[in-house]
Design a protein around this ligand. Structure first.
Ligand code: B12
Length: 151
């Protein structure tokens, strides 16, 4: 599976330039991360690629990222418009909840939109934890990101 994940990443790098539709970074910055405790990144990488192709500048923080690091990353990039969070395990859904809670408690909450996704995540769960948006796959994630900023 790890070999397949690496092959997927390399394949995505080849496809990336052919998918670009929007002008690079024109829609602003979006931070994306897989939440603390979770090492799955294939879906996150696809979402990041589609969102970048839609015209966002994507800052990909990788996997197993604790809330504090995401908050630090926002402070280093205060013009960020969206924070996108991925969770693939039912056991890291609480971590997603905690991360969204930390963002909801932050002093910059009114300046960003928070979107969430991953196989076990539902619209109902996203609403329950106070995220602004949820989508089920990479293509709809790009549409959602644009909707969230009114683009
Ligand atoms: C590949 C994989 C791994 C790889 C991950 C490699 C990598 N670099 O990602 C490795 C081997 C590391 C792994 C490890 C583990 N895994 Co695993 N893994 C998978 C597997 C087979 C595929 C996941 C995947 O990549 N799917 C393909 C992508 C494209 O889909 P996706 O991730 O769902 O993403 C899409 C959407 O969800 C959405 N999306 C995703 N993120 C986001 C974010 C936003 C903001 C939005 C809007 C949308 C969005 O868009 C994506 C693109 O369409 C799944 C089983 C499966 N068939 O899904 C199990 C699975 C997720 N793993 C599972 C488990 C249990 C584990 C381990 C605990 C196993 C173990 N005992 O060690 C560990 C946990 C490690 C950790 N701490 O994270 C379980 C989870 C069960 C559960 N109830 O939570 C699954 C479901 C397998 C199973 N049936 O048991 N795993």
């Amino acid at each position: 599976m790890l070999i397949a994940a690496k092959a997927m990443k390399k394949g995505v790098e080849v496809l990336k330039p052919h998918l670009a539709t929007g002008s690079a970074g024109a829609l602003g910055k979006l931070i994306i991360a897989t939440v603390s405790g979770d090492l799955h990144d294939i879906g996150k990488n696809l979402v990041a690629m589609m969102i970048e192709s839609a015209g966002f500048e994507v800052i990909d923080m990788g996997v197993d990222v604790p809330p504090e690091k995401i908050i630090d990353c926002y402070h280093a990039n205060p013009d960020t418009k969206i924070i996108a969070l991925s969770a693939l395990l039912t056991t890291t859904m609480p971590s997603l909840r905690d991360t969204v809670a930390a963002l909801n408690d932050s002093d910059f909450r009114d300046k960003i939109k928070v979107m969430v996704g991953g196989a076990p995540i539902t619209q109902e769960f996203a609403d329950e934890i106070g995220a602004d948006g949820y989508s089920a796959d990479a293509a709809s994630a790009a549409v959602l990101a644009k909707q969230l900023i009114g683009a």
